[in-house]
Design a protein around this ligand. Structure first.
Ligand SMILES: [Zn+2]
Length: 339
């Protein structure tokens, strides 16, 4: 009896060791979410939305400075550039002809962490880094629009890289995309999706952040919210993944008001995710709503609520973690295209 018990114990230990080993691949993402902090977000945004970057207007020196800042960030983390057509792998160059020469050449910024098991499937996490530039000597710093999303993507990239270094490599590849030309009419994302570096058919989802550092009038008394737009339009599974990530880890009040098909603001069509959605790639658009400083020179860093920015960034991270590591990509059960 004793001997049998001992054998059982050895067998059980071996079994539990094995199951622990299998789990390492998708180890608790909480460890890595902890590296997403208000302090880091504040540090990065204080540079990106400073006067030195002159409002980051597409094709101007300020936008180029922001591009260099982002490239240096990914390079310092040893996260690879995503465009290997030339010797500037972090830059996807967009020629001015694409804009009918209305502005100078400009650049999307692209970086990638390769997946271990399904490297040819991609989760795209995006935000636009351009803004309105300067008018009459006034600088439009765009701290919320979309400095907040830009630094959010940076922190998410850092968290995934930490996991990678610990051996928790994602199953799928994760692409970090910072679009230019958004304020000129979603042009950076239009260019990327018309000239994709990575297969759009194998792009399993796009999580796009545009303004997540402030609150709108409707939420003056409770900032613990976020508008989500588009999550259920193409894939009910994506919507469920997002809801589960929020309920398990973050507990924000997710507000779907602007997701209504008849919403007069039509936000679903108004940021970069739409250029993915039109190819039937499931998207989620993360948004805090508009406020008094929207598209004004007063959209500045000291008005950002960093605790909210941190929490909302974590929601995107947890959702991306699940998308990158689950066995199957989300099913598109409500396609709009005939394929
Ligand atoms: Zn924006």
């Amino acid at each position: 009896m004793k001997r049998l018990a001992l054998i059982c114990m050895i067998a059980m230990t071996a079994y539990s060791c094995k199951s622990t080993q299998n789990q390492t691949h998708q180890q608790d993402p909480v460890t890595y979410a902890k590296s997403i902090t208000s302090a880091d977000l504040n540090d990065y945004l204080s540079v990106l939305a400073s006067d030195e970057f002159e409002g980051r207007e597409t094709g101007t020196p300020g936008q180029k400075k922001a591009a260099e800042f982002l490239s240096n960030f990914y390079s310092s983390l040893n996260i690879a550039g995503g465009d290997h057509t030339d010797d500037t792998p972090y830059l996807q160059e967009i020629p001015s002809e694409f804009y009918n020469d209305r502005f100078g050449d400009s650049e999307n910024i692209i970086a990638i962490i390769e997946g271990e098991e399904l490297p040819n499937e991609y989760v795209v996490i995006s935000a636009h880094y351009d803004h309105l530039g300067m008018k009459d000597d006034e600088i439009y710093n765009g701290a919320d629009d979309d400095g907040s999303g830009t630094v959010g993507v940076m922190e998410i990239a850092e968290a995934f890289k930490k996991a990678y270094r610990d051996g928790n490599k994602p199953k799928r590849s994760i692409i970090f995309l910072h679009f230019t030309g958004e304020e000129k009419g979603l042009l950076g994302s239009k260019y990327y999706t018309e000239n994709p570096i990575y297969s759009l058919d194998n792009t399993v989802a796009n999580l796009n952040i545009d303004m997540i550092g402030r609150r709108d009038d409707a939420h003056q008394n409770n900032g613990n919210y976020l508008y989500l737009i588009g999550s259920d339009r193409l894939s009910s599974e994506l919507h469920q993944i997002s809801e589960d990530a929020n309920a398990t880890y973050v507990n924000l009040d997710l507000d779907y008001k602007y997701n209504a098909e008849d919403d007069p603001n039509r936000f679903y069509f108004r940021s970069d995710h739409y250029n993915f959605a039109k190819f039937d790639i499931p998207v989620i658009f993360y948004f805090n709503g508009v406020h008094a400083d929207y598209h004004k020179p007063t959209d500045t860093v000291e008005k950002i609520e960093y605790n909210l920015l941190e929490k909302r960034t974590k929601l995107v991270f947890y959702t991306a973690w699940e998308l990158a590591n689950r066995d199957e990509r989300p099913i598109v059960d409500n396609p709009t295209l005939d394929k």
